[in-house]
Design a protein around this ligand. Sequence first.
Ligand SMILES: O=C1O[C@H](COP(=O)(O)O)[C@@H](O)[C@H](O)[C@H]1O
Length: 247
Amino acid sequence: MPDRKCSFKISLAESEDKLIETVSNLLRRCSEQAKDRKATFSIGLSGGSLVQLLTKALRKSTLDTSNWEFFFCDERYVADDHSDSTFCAYRTEWLSQLPSILDSQFVKADTTKLLEECAADYEARVKVKLGNSHSVPQFDLLLLGMGPDGHTCSLFPEQPATLEETSRLVIPIRNSPKPPPERITFTLPLINNARDVAFVVTGASKSDVVKRVFVDQDKQFPAAWVDPTNGQLTLIVDAGAGSQIIS
Ligand SMILES: O=C1O[C@H](COP(=O)(O)O)[C@@H](O)[C@H](O)[C@H]1O
């Protein structure tokens, strides 16, 4: 098996309840560690299936989220109230289910700007919020999903040049193979500078790609490029997604 720079842990959950508990425990550990360092806990969110799972994990936990700041690892380039918007998905869920989380805790992209500007502006917002002491800001935690094609954030296998980005931390995406076609996404320098990065992947249809990404580390899949330089990588899977990695 190829080497990783980071420490890597797999959590296989036998039921949805166990998976949600595992995500809650991760949130507790990372937010408590952040408390020792600074006033806020910075967490980058992904969309898709993670929205429901994270909502359940936060509801189950008794965590005080008042000092948490929620960013978006990728965002679809649509209006804030569009059904494809990841911000809209979280806001809609959390308004009713987690009303203590305020709109002001979301650091979201301004999708009224032109796509290029939207990406550059979001990078600037991340830098301002997380401080400029490091040339690449450091998130406390990034929660990532992975598609059946091995994409993560909006880094797709059909667009390998996006994996070579070394200077920009947030880039525009055009012609995304998965709709909607226009998006913005964190790039590898920002992702791999996080303290903790966790993939949450569910469903038997992803079992093959889970093995190819996390066991074989097959670099044709963008998710296989996630390897936090000084951080912890965690894979949280259910029995379906993890069925080919159980030894
Ligand atoms: O389009 C996206 O897909 C991925 C994976 O979504 P899932 O529903 O298969 O979990 C998601 O992580 C990303 O944020 C989103 O923009």
